[in-house]
Write a new protein. Structure first.
Length: 392
Protein backbone atom coordinates (compact mmCIF):
# COMPACT_ATOMS: atom_id res chain seq x y z
CA UNK A 1 0.00 0.00 0.00
CA UNK A 2 1.36 3.41 -0.97
CA UNK A 3 1.71 5.79 1.94
CA UNK A 4 -0.32 9.00 1.93
CA UNK A 5 1.21 12.38 2.74
CA UNK A 6 -0.28 14.06 5.82
CA UNK A 7 0.42 17.68 6.71
CA UNK A 8 -0.24 18.49 10.37
CA UNK A 9 -0.76 22.14 11.35
CA UNK A 10 -0.41 22.29 15.12
CA UNK A 11 -0.38 25.09 17.71
CA UNK A 12 2.95 24.10 19.25
CA UNK A 13 4.95 21.21 20.60
CA UNK A 14 4.10 19.97 24.08
CA UNK A 15 5.51 16.80 25.54
CA UNK A 16 2.07 15.41 26.35
CA UNK A 17 1.26 15.36 22.59
CA UNK A 18 4.40 13.45 21.61
CA UNK A 19 2.69 10.07 22.12
CA UNK A 20 0.08 11.06 19.54
CA UNK A 21 2.72 11.91 16.93
CA UNK A 22 4.81 8.83 17.64
CA UNK A 23 1.81 6.54 17.20
CA UNK A 24 0.92 8.22 13.92
CA UNK A 25 4.43 7.81 12.61
CA UNK A 26 4.76 4.17 13.67
CA UNK A 27 1.34 2.81 12.85
CA UNK A 28 -0.36 4.98 10.24
CA UNK A 29 0.14 4.67 6.49
CA UNK A 30 1.27 8.29 6.33
CA UNK A 31 4.35 10.34 5.65
CA UNK A 32 4.14 13.26 8.04
CA UNK A 33 5.21 16.88 7.98
CA UNK A 34 4.37 19.36 10.74
CA UNK A 35 3.89 23.11 10.79
CA UNK A 36 4.28 24.40 14.36
CA UNK A 37 2.62 27.77 14.92
CA UNK A 38 4.39 28.71 18.15
CA UNK A 39 8.12 28.55 18.71
CA UNK A 40 9.40 25.82 21.01
CA UNK A 41 9.29 26.49 24.74
CA UNK A 42 12.66 26.41 26.44
CA UNK A 43 11.25 24.25 29.24
CA UNK A 44 9.47 21.83 26.88
CA UNK A 45 11.50 21.32 23.73
CA UNK A 46 11.22 18.21 21.56
CA UNK A 47 14.14 15.83 21.65
CA UNK A 48 16.64 15.80 18.80
CA UNK A 49 15.33 12.33 17.92
CA UNK A 50 11.77 13.64 17.69
CA UNK A 51 12.86 16.52 15.45
CA UNK A 52 14.78 14.10 13.23
CA UNK A 53 11.70 11.91 12.78
CA UNK A 54 9.31 14.73 11.89
CA UNK A 55 10.23 17.27 9.20
CA UNK A 56 8.94 20.53 10.62
CA UNK A 57 8.49 24.22 9.96
CA UNK A 58 8.26 26.64 12.87
CA UNK A 59 6.21 29.76 12.20
CA UNK A 60 7.27 31.46 15.45
CA UNK A 61 4.02 33.23 16.40
CA UNK A 62 3.69 34.38 20.01
CA UNK A 63 0.40 32.46 20.36
CA UNK A 64 -2.31 31.00 18.15
CA UNK A 65 -4.65 34.01 18.40
CA UNK A 66 -4.80 36.57 15.61
CA UNK A 67 -2.93 39.00 17.88
CA UNK A 68 -0.08 36.48 18.19
CA UNK A 69 1.02 37.10 14.61
CA UNK A 70 2.95 39.94 13.03
CA UNK A 71 3.38 40.49 9.29
CA UNK A 72 6.52 38.34 9.23
CA UNK A 73 5.00 35.30 10.94
CA UNK A 74 1.74 35.61 9.00
CA UNK A 75 3.70 35.65 5.73
CA UNK A 76 5.76 32.68 6.93
CA UNK A 77 2.55 30.71 7.59
CA UNK A 78 1.23 31.44 4.10
CA UNK A 79 4.50 30.38 2.45
CA UNK A 80 4.74 27.18 4.53
CA UNK A 81 1.18 26.18 3.69
CA UNK A 82 1.58 27.04 0.03
CA UNK A 83 4.66 24.79 -0.16
CA UNK A 84 3.45 21.83 1.93
CA UNK A 85 -0.17 21.69 0.79
CA UNK A 86 0.99 20.80 -2.71
CA UNK A 87 2.94 17.85 -1.26
CA UNK A 88 0.18 16.48 0.96
CA UNK A 89 -2.94 14.41 0.38
CA UNK A 90 -4.64 15.71 3.50
CA UNK A 91 -4.31 18.34 6.21
CA UNK A 92 -4.90 17.69 9.91
CA UNK A 93 -5.32 20.81 12.02
CA UNK A 94 -6.15 21.61 15.63
CA UNK A 95 -8.59 23.23 16.37
CA UNK A 96 -11.28 25.05 14.35
CA UNK A 97 -11.03 28.34 16.27
CA UNK A 98 -7.47 29.67 15.67
CA UNK A 99 -6.33 31.58 12.60
CA UNK A 100 -3.98 28.82 11.38
CA UNK A 101 -6.87 26.36 11.07
CA UNK A 102 -8.99 28.81 9.11
CA UNK A 103 -6.18 29.51 6.66
CA UNK A 104 -5.38 25.79 6.35
CA UNK A 105 -9.05 25.14 5.58
CA UNK A 106 -9.03 27.76 2.83
CA UNK A 107 -5.85 26.27 1.33
CA UNK A 108 -7.47 22.83 1.37
CA UNK A 109 -10.35 24.17 -0.67
CA UNK A 110 -8.15 26.02 -3.16
CA UNK A 111 -5.88 23.00 -3.71
CA UNK A 112 -8.70 20.43 -3.41
CA UNK A 113 -7.20 18.51 -0.48
CA UNK A 114 -8.92 16.65 2.33
CA UNK A 115 -8.95 18.53 5.61
CA UNK A 116 -9.44 16.99 9.05
CA UNK A 117 -10.10 19.10 12.12
CA UNK A 118 -9.66 18.13 15.77
CA UNK A 119 -11.90 20.15 18.09
CA UNK A 120 -11.68 20.68 21.83
CA UNK A 121 -14.41 23.32 22.08
CA UNK A 122 -17.66 22.12 23.57
CA UNK A 123 -19.32 25.32 24.81
CA UNK A 124 -20.45 28.28 22.70
CA UNK A 125 -18.67 31.41 23.85
CA UNK A 126 -20.51 34.63 24.59
CA UNK A 127 -19.18 37.64 22.69
CA UNK A 128 -21.02 40.77 21.59
CA UNK A 129 -18.48 41.80 18.96
CA UNK A 130 -19.91 41.43 15.44
CA UNK A 131 -16.44 40.82 14.00
CA UNK A 132 -15.76 38.03 16.51
CA UNK A 133 -19.16 36.42 15.85
CA UNK A 134 -18.42 36.35 12.12
CA UNK A 135 -14.97 34.89 12.80
CA UNK A 136 -16.51 32.25 15.06
CA UNK A 137 -19.23 31.46 12.52
CA UNK A 138 -16.58 30.58 9.96
CA UNK A 139 -15.20 28.09 12.48
CA UNK A 140 -18.59 26.38 12.69
CA UNK A 141 -18.80 26.38 8.89
CA UNK A 142 -15.42 24.57 8.84
CA UNK A 143 -16.70 21.98 11.29
CA UNK A 144 -19.67 21.22 9.06
CA UNK A 145 -17.69 21.15 5.80
CA UNK A 146 -14.39 19.49 6.66
CA UNK A 147 -13.69 15.96 5.43
CA UNK A 148 -13.67 14.44 8.94
CA UNK A 149 -14.23 16.10 12.31
CA UNK A 150 -12.28 14.48 15.13
CA UNK A 151 -13.47 14.85 18.73
CA UNK A 152 -11.81 13.66 21.92
CA UNK A 153 -14.97 12.69 23.74
CA UNK A 154 -18.68 13.01 24.43
CA UNK A 155 -18.84 16.72 25.24
CA UNK A 156 -17.11 17.62 21.98
CA UNK A 157 -19.26 15.18 20.00
CA UNK A 158 -22.47 16.61 21.45
CA UNK A 159 -21.26 20.13 20.65
CA UNK A 160 -20.47 19.21 17.05
CA UNK A 161 -23.85 17.57 16.49
CA UNK A 162 -25.66 20.53 18.07
CA UNK A 163 -23.95 22.80 15.53
CA UNK A 164 -25.17 20.87 12.52
CA UNK A 165 -22.26 18.52 11.84
CA UNK A 166 -23.28 15.29 10.09
CA UNK A 167 -22.96 12.50 12.67
CA UNK A 168 -21.28 10.26 10.04
CA UNK A 169 -18.48 12.82 9.77
CA UNK A 170 -17.69 12.82 13.52
CA UNK A 171 -15.01 10.40 14.70
CA UNK A 172 -13.37 9.99 18.11
CA UNK A 173 -9.62 10.35 18.59
CA UNK A 174 -8.79 9.61 22.23
CA UNK A 175 -6.79 12.34 23.94
CA UNK A 176 -3.88 10.23 25.09
CA UNK A 177 -2.03 10.78 28.33
CA UNK A 178 0.86 8.91 29.86
CA UNK A 179 -0.23 5.86 31.83
CA UNK A 180 1.35 7.14 35.03
CA UNK A 181 0.81 3.82 36.83
CA UNK A 182 3.55 2.34 34.66
CA UNK A 183 6.13 4.96 35.63
CA UNK A 184 8.52 4.45 38.51
CA UNK A 185 8.22 6.72 41.54
CA UNK A 186 11.03 9.25 41.61
CA UNK A 187 10.72 10.25 45.26
CA UNK A 188 9.54 7.47 47.54
CA UNK A 189 9.99 9.67 50.62
CA UNK A 190 7.64 12.40 49.42
CA UNK A 191 5.09 11.95 52.22
CA UNK A 192 7.82 12.36 54.82
CA UNK A 193 9.31 15.37 53.07
CA UNK A 194 5.91 17.07 53.00
CA UNK A 195 5.25 16.12 56.64
CA UNK A 196 2.21 14.08 55.68
CA UNK A 197 1.74 11.28 58.16
CA UNK A 198 -1.50 9.33 58.25
CA UNK A 199 -3.71 12.07 56.85
CA UNK A 200 -6.09 11.58 53.95
CA UNK A 201 -4.88 13.70 51.04
CA UNK A 202 -7.23 15.69 48.79
CA UNK A 203 -5.32 16.59 45.65
CA UNK A 204 -5.55 19.65 43.41
CA UNK A 205 -3.15 19.46 40.47
CA UNK A 206 -2.78 22.02 37.69
CA UNK A 207 -2.19 25.64 36.88
CA UNK A 208 -3.64 28.07 39.39
CA UNK A 209 -5.92 30.42 37.48
CA UNK A 210 -9.22 32.06 38.29
CA UNK A 211 -11.04 29.68 35.99
CA UNK A 212 -9.70 26.54 37.67
CA UNK A 213 -11.75 27.26 40.80
CA UNK A 214 -9.24 26.64 43.59
CA UNK A 215 -11.05 29.09 45.88
CA UNK A 216 -14.19 26.94 45.61
CA UNK A 217 -12.19 23.93 46.80
CA UNK A 218 -10.74 25.89 49.72
CA UNK A 219 -14.25 26.92 50.81
CA UNK A 220 -15.54 23.35 50.39
CA UNK A 221 -12.69 22.07 52.53
CA UNK A 222 -13.68 24.36 55.43
CA UNK A 223 -17.12 22.68 55.45
CA UNK A 224 -15.60 19.25 56.09
CA UNK A 225 -12.55 20.10 58.18
CA UNK A 226 -14.28 19.89 61.57
CA UNK A 227 -15.68 16.43 60.72
CA UNK A 228 -12.46 15.16 59.19
CA UNK A 229 -9.48 16.83 60.86
CA UNK A 230 -7.34 14.03 59.42
CA UNK A 231 -7.81 15.36 55.86
CA UNK A 232 -5.57 17.93 54.19
CA UNK A 233 -5.30 19.67 50.85
CA UNK A 234 -2.28 19.06 48.62
CA UNK A 235 -2.19 21.86 46.05
CA UNK A 236 0.27 21.13 43.24
CA UNK A 237 0.86 23.74 40.58
CA UNK A 238 1.25 27.45 40.14
CA UNK A 239 1.21 30.11 37.45
CA UNK A 240 2.79 29.72 34.03
CA UNK A 241 4.39 32.73 32.32
CA UNK A 242 3.87 31.12 28.90
CA UNK A 243 0.11 31.70 29.12
CA UNK A 244 -1.76 34.93 28.58
CA UNK A 245 -3.03 36.43 31.81
CA UNK A 246 0.14 35.57 33.73
CA UNK A 247 -0.07 38.70 35.89
CA UNK A 248 -3.72 38.09 36.71
CA UNK A 249 -2.92 34.45 37.54
CA UNK A 250 -0.10 35.55 39.85
CA UNK A 251 -2.54 37.81 41.68
CA UNK A 252 -5.09 35.01 41.96
CA UNK A 253 -2.51 32.56 43.30
CA UNK A 254 -1.67 35.00 46.11
CA UNK A 255 -5.38 35.43 46.83
CA UNK A 256 -5.73 31.65 47.19
CA UNK A 257 -2.78 31.38 49.56
CA UNK A 258 -4.11 34.28 51.64
CA UNK A 259 -7.57 32.71 51.70
CA UNK A 260 -6.18 29.36 52.84
CA UNK A 261 -4.49 31.12 55.78
CA UNK A 262 -7.60 33.16 56.58
CA UNK A 263 -9.84 30.08 56.57
CA UNK A 264 -7.34 28.03 58.55
CA UNK A 265 -7.09 25.32 55.90
CA UNK A 266 -4.56 22.56 56.34
CA UNK A 267 -3.13 23.10 52.88
CA UNK A 268 0.26 22.43 51.33
CA UNK A 269 1.13 24.59 48.31
CA UNK A 270 3.96 22.83 46.48
CA UNK A 271 4.33 25.23 43.56
CA UNK A 272 4.91 23.86 40.03
CA UNK A 273 5.79 20.17 39.91
CA UNK A 274 8.33 18.69 37.51
CA UNK A 275 6.33 16.58 35.00
CA UNK A 276 8.67 13.65 35.64
CA UNK A 277 7.51 13.61 39.29
CA UNK A 278 3.78 14.01 38.74
CA UNK A 279 3.07 10.37 39.55
CA UNK A 280 4.75 10.77 42.96
CA UNK A 281 2.21 13.37 44.11
CA UNK A 282 -0.76 11.44 42.74
CA UNK A 283 0.50 8.25 44.42
CA UNK A 284 0.35 9.80 47.91
CA UNK A 285 -3.17 11.18 47.38
CA UNK A 286 -6.56 9.66 48.19
CA UNK A 287 -9.04 11.84 46.28
CA UNK A 288 -8.64 14.17 43.30
CA UNK A 289 -10.78 17.28 42.84
CA UNK A 290 -11.08 19.39 39.67
CA UNK A 291 -13.10 22.38 40.93
CA UNK A 292 -13.33 24.40 37.69
CA UNK A 293 -15.46 27.48 38.25
CA UNK A 294 -18.73 28.55 36.60
CA UNK A 295 -17.51 31.89 35.23
CA UNK A 296 -18.86 32.91 31.81
CA UNK A 297 -16.67 31.76 28.88
CA UNK A 298 -14.33 29.85 31.19
CA UNK A 299 -14.19 26.10 30.71
CA UNK A 300 -11.50 23.44 30.44
CA UNK A 301 -11.23 22.24 26.85
CA UNK A 302 -10.23 18.75 27.94
CA UNK A 303 -8.50 18.45 31.32
CA UNK A 304 -5.77 15.86 30.74
CA UNK A 305 -5.19 15.56 34.47
CA UNK A 306 -8.38 13.47 34.69
CA UNK A 307 -6.77 10.89 32.38
CA UNK A 308 -3.66 10.87 34.54
CA UNK A 309 -5.29 10.53 37.95
CA UNK A 310 -7.65 7.87 36.60
CA UNK A 311 -4.63 5.96 35.29
CA UNK A 312 -3.38 5.89 38.89
CA UNK A 313 -6.72 4.78 40.30
CA UNK A 314 -7.85 7.89 42.17
CA UNK A 315 -11.51 8.65 42.94
CA UNK A 316 -12.44 11.87 41.12
CA UNK A 317 -14.70 14.78 41.95
CA UNK A 318 -15.02 17.18 39.03
CA UNK A 319 -17.30 20.00 38.03
CA UNK A 320 -19.19 19.88 34.75
CA UNK A 321 -16.95 22.59 33.23
CA UNK A 322 -14.24 20.07 32.34
CA UNK A 323 -14.24 18.71 28.79
CA UNK A 324 -13.18 15.16 29.65
CA UNK A 325 -15.56 14.68 32.55
CA UNK A 326 -18.20 12.65 30.66
CA UNK A 327 -15.56 10.23 29.43
CA UNK A 328 -13.48 9.79 32.59
CA UNK A 329 -15.93 10.23 35.47
CA UNK A 330 -19.03 8.09 35.94
CA UNK A 331 -21.26 9.29 38.75
CA UNK A 332 -21.18 7.02 41.78
CA UNK A 333 -18.87 4.57 39.99
CA UNK A 334 -15.43 6.17 40.09
CA UNK A 335 -16.36 9.63 41.30
CA UNK A 336 -18.86 12.45 41.13
CA UNK A 337 -19.74 15.12 38.57
CA UNK A 338 -21.08 18.28 40.18
CA UNK A 339 -22.32 21.61 38.79
CA UNK A 340 -19.57 24.23 38.69
CA UNK A 341 -19.74 26.62 41.62
CA UNK A 342 -21.64 24.18 43.88
CA UNK A 343 -19.43 24.46 46.95
CA UNK A 344 -21.87 22.72 49.28
CA UNK A 345 -22.21 19.81 46.88
CA UNK A 346 -18.43 19.58 46.53
CA UNK A 347 -18.14 19.41 50.31
CA UNK A 348 -20.88 16.76 50.50
CA UNK A 349 -19.14 14.54 47.93
CA UNK A 350 -15.82 14.93 49.73
CA UNK A 351 -17.51 13.85 52.98
CA UNK A 352 -19.00 10.78 51.31
CA UNK A 353 -15.60 9.62 50.14
CA UNK A 354 -13.69 10.56 53.27
CA UNK A 355 -16.20 8.80 55.53
CA UNK A 356 -16.47 5.59 53.51
CA UNK A 357 -13.22 3.66 53.10
CA UNK A 358 -14.83 0.90 51.03
CA UNK A 359 -16.33 3.43 48.63
CA UNK A 360 -12.89 4.96 48.11
CA UNK A 361 -11.45 1.52 47.43
CA UNK A 362 -14.20 0.71 44.92
CA UNK A 363 -13.97 4.07 43.19
CA UNK A 364 -10.20 3.69 42.95
CA UNK A 365 -10.47 0.34 41.22
CA UNK A 366 -13.21 1.66 38.95
CA UNK A 367 -11.18 4.71 37.93
CA UNK A 368 -8.53 2.46 36.47
CA UNK A 369 -11.23 0.57 34.58
CA UNK A 370 -12.63 3.80 33.15
CA UNK A 371 -9.15 4.89 32.09
CA UNK A 372 -8.45 1.61 30.29
CA UNK A 373 -11.79 1.82 28.52
CA UNK A 374 -11.01 5.30 27.17
CA UNK A 375 -7.25 4.99 26.62
CA UNK A 376 -7.04 3.25 23.22
CA UNK A 377 -3.81 4.25 21.44
CA UNK A 378 -4.55 1.88 18.56
CA UNK A 379 -7.53 4.02 17.53
CA UNK A 380 -5.30 6.96 16.62
CA UNK A 381 -3.67 5.41 13.55
CA UNK A 382 -6.81 3.50 12.59
CA UNK A 383 -8.95 6.64 12.52
CA UNK A 384 -6.37 8.70 10.62
CA UNK A 385 -5.86 5.93 8.06
CA UNK A 386 -9.61 5.65 7.55
CA UNK A 387 -9.96 9.42 7.16
CA UNK A 388 -7.11 9.59 4.64
CA UNK A 389 -8.64 6.74 2.66
CA UNK A 390 -12.30 7.70 2.78
CA UNK A 391 -12.52 11.25 4.05
CA UNK A 392 -15.06 10.18 6.63
Amino acid sequence: MNNKNLLIVWPGYRRYNSQFFEILRSNSNCNIRIIWIRRYREDDRPSSEFMRKFPSTIIGADNVRVTGYNLKTFYRLLIALCHDVQWCDGILTSTQAPLHSKIAFIFSRVFKKKVFIIIEQWIRLSNKSLLYRLYESFGYYMMRNCSTLFVHGKNQSDFALSNGVDKNKVRTLPFLSDDLSKLKLVNKNLRKQLSINNQLVILYFGRITRGKGLKDLLHAYTRIESDRPDALLLICGGVDSHFQGYQEDTKYEKECKDLAIKLGCKAIFTGPVNPSEKQDYIAISDIFVHPHTASVNLYDGWGLILNEVASMSLPIISTDRVGSVKDLVINNFNGYIIPAGSIDLMADRLKRLLNDTQKRVNFSKNSREVFERYHQPERIANEINMAMKNGC
